[in-house]
Design a protein around this ligand. Structure first.
Ligand code: ZN
Length: 231
């Protein structure tokens, strides 16, 4: 685990496969995504490095149901006082009521999926979902966070926008592996492209992506022009 300060109130926690983000409002923490299964201990260690008790974590927001983002949600849901929030379309998958939809890879993505070892990741154990989100909902952190529905990567993918801070948590609709661009492994590629376009229209000074380093304001502007593949 590595803790990286992005802003005084925002830290990135680098875990084994995908980063998660801790937002601090006074003595209260909000976590965006949870890594793969069995990483709650690493998240606890990150919170302790911030000088806070693990009881400071009150809210866990999941950008989508994939195992590298929701893997430790069930463990964190067992912490006292933690509420888990996710879009209503991914909630049944997260609860383990229905299986996650099968992937829909392009040939290049199928190769990449094996290359990065994504096929070896443990399945996400089921988690409680305490609040089901919809597009336009607000979440009480960071001066008022806005849920932006971004269907396509999964049906219930969301981004979380903090207008006051200019920060956007993109989930896997946007990635920054190699370069800032459209993410990979989408269920519905045309829908994900439309969601991507919607996100690039937001005024963002820091794009906290599902994979890779955060995207700067300068890079964010170029996404609008250069971020999408040709087809
Ligand atoms: Zn994903």
């Amino acid at each position: 685990m590595e803790l990286v300060e992005l802003r005084p109130e925002l830290h990135l926690v680098r875990l084994s496969f995908a980063p998660v983000y801790l937002w601090r409002d006074g003595d209260t923490l909000t976590l965006i995504d949870t890594g793969i299964a069995a990483e709650s201990g690493e998240i606890a260690a990150a919170i302790e490095l911030l000088g806070l008790p693990t009881a400071a974590l009150r809210t866990v927001v999941l950008t989508h149901c994939h195992q590298d983002h929701a893997g430790s949600a069930g463990e964190l849901a067992a912490w006292p006082g933690v509420r888990v929030l996710a879009h209503r379309a991914d909630a049944p998958v997260l609860r383990g009521e229905v299986p996650g939809p099968p992937p829909n890879f392009t040939p290049a993505e199928a190769r990449l999926h094996r290359q990065v070892g994504a096929h070896l990741l443990p399945a996400a154990p089921p988690t409680r979902v305490d609040r089901e989100l919809a597009d336009g909902d607000t979440i009480e952190f960071g001066g008022g966070a806005v849920v932006v529905g971004t269907p396509g990567h999964t049906d219930g993918s969301i981004a979380v926008w903090l207008p006051a801070a200019g920060v956007l948590f993109t989930g896997d609709t946007v990635s920054n592996v190699g370069e800032p661009r459209f993410g990979v492994f989408h269920l519905d590629r045309p829908a994900a492209m439309a969601s991507f376009r919607r996100l690039t229209e937001l005024p963002v000074t820091l794009g906290c992506v599902g994979h890779g380093a955060p995207i700067t304001e300068r890079e964010w502007v170029t996404l609008r022009e250069d971020g999408l593949p040709e087809a």
